[in-house]
Design a protein around this ligand. Structure first.
Ligand code: CP
Length: 307
């Protein structure tokens, strides 16, 4: 497995063996979170967080992960305080940041921007989300959460609900699930169906897929809900038409499997009723917390630091 100066740009760049290896190392990292040596693994190392789009979880958990490893962070949380406002290109910004740091995390609204950044960086680049395209570290923590709950991924019935057209987390996740023996159900408004290229890739891999416009989740082990991605709609009226298409509430959970879990990459708007937060099914806050050991493991892996 090649980790030397490895960038993390798309989950499609990972084989199943590599995904499973990251999940295994994330378990090891979680087990040693409180070890004294863990807090020195990235001593004297610098993480540059380049966030051209808003973020709560990705930015904060990478920052927390780096600090828990003994490193420090630099960067910007929104582009208005960077020299992008003076016309600096992403290529130049990354060239500069990679000269100041050991790892770069970038979030940018333009699809392909993380790949472009990696091609112009002296150090590993991690994609923190590029438009509607990919969010590979979210996928790794999603898979980590699923495996932690069920001790497996193969054999599960996974239902993905919401904005399947613009949601990068669901694009990454389904790309990764191509590697596993799962049954998938996609539930969305007609206008927000999963892109046909992704569906075709899954079918070519022999994955069983159902697509539906009805919120029926009773057969699912994992219900993965996503927000309607308001910021990606070219037409605000189209967003208004679909924004409340699906709301998972207590009534929608009637008949749900006992062991089922509900996930969401967050942020949530209205698509999961807050009355679900206290049920035994809700895993979305734990899921976000799982970002810490997974991102700690990834920072060490791309930096070739053994643990
Ligand atoms: N899941 C996720 O990417 O959340 P943020 O947008 O808050 O980083």
């Amino acid at each position: 497995m090649k980790w030397d100066k490895r960038h993390i740009i798309s989950i499609k760049d990972f084989s199943r063996e590599e995904i499973d290896y990251v999940l295994k190392k994330s378990v090891e990292m979680e087990e040693r979170l409180d070890h004294e040596k863990t807090s020195t693994l990235m001593k004297n190392k610098i993480l540059a967080n380049l966030f051209f789009e808003p973020s709560t979880r990705t930015r904060m958990s990478f920052e927390a992960a780096m600090k828990k490893l003994g490193g420090v962070t630099i960067g910007f949380d929104y582009p208005e305080i960077s020299s992008e406002t003076k016309g600096e290109t992403i290529i130049d910004t990354v060239r500069i940041a990679s000269g100041y740091s050991d790892v770069v995390v970038i979030r940018n609204p333009v699809e392909g921007s993380a790949r472009l950044a990696s091609e112009n960086s002296e150090v590993p680049v991690i994609n923190g989300g590029d438009g509607s395209n990919q969010h590979p570290t979210q996928t790794l923590l999603d898979l980590y959460t699923i495996k932690k709950e069920f001790k497996k991924i193969d054999g599960l019935d996974i239902c993905i609900v919401g904005d399947l057209k613009y949601g990068r987390t669901v694009h990454s996740l389904t790309n990764a699930l191509e590697n596993y023996d799962v049954d998938l159900c996609f539930i969305s408004p007609q206008e927000l169906k999963m892109p046909r290229t992704i569906v075709k890739d899954l079918e070519d891999k022999g994955i069983k897929i159902k697509e539906s416009g009805k919120l029926n989740v009773k057969d699912s082990d994992v219900i993965y809900v996503t927000r309607i991605q308001k910021e990606r709609f070219p037409d605000p009226q189209e967003y208004e038409r679909v924004k409340d298409a699906f709301v998972l509430d207590l009534q929608a959970l009637e008949g749900l499997k006992d062991e089922a879990i509900i996930m969401h990459p967050l942020p949530r708007v209205t698509e999961i009723s807050t009355e679900i937060d206290g049920t035994k099914y809700a895993r979305y806050f734990q899921q976000a917390k799982n970002g810490i050991p997974v991102r700690m493991a990834l920072l060490c892996l791309v930096s070739r630091i053994d643990f």
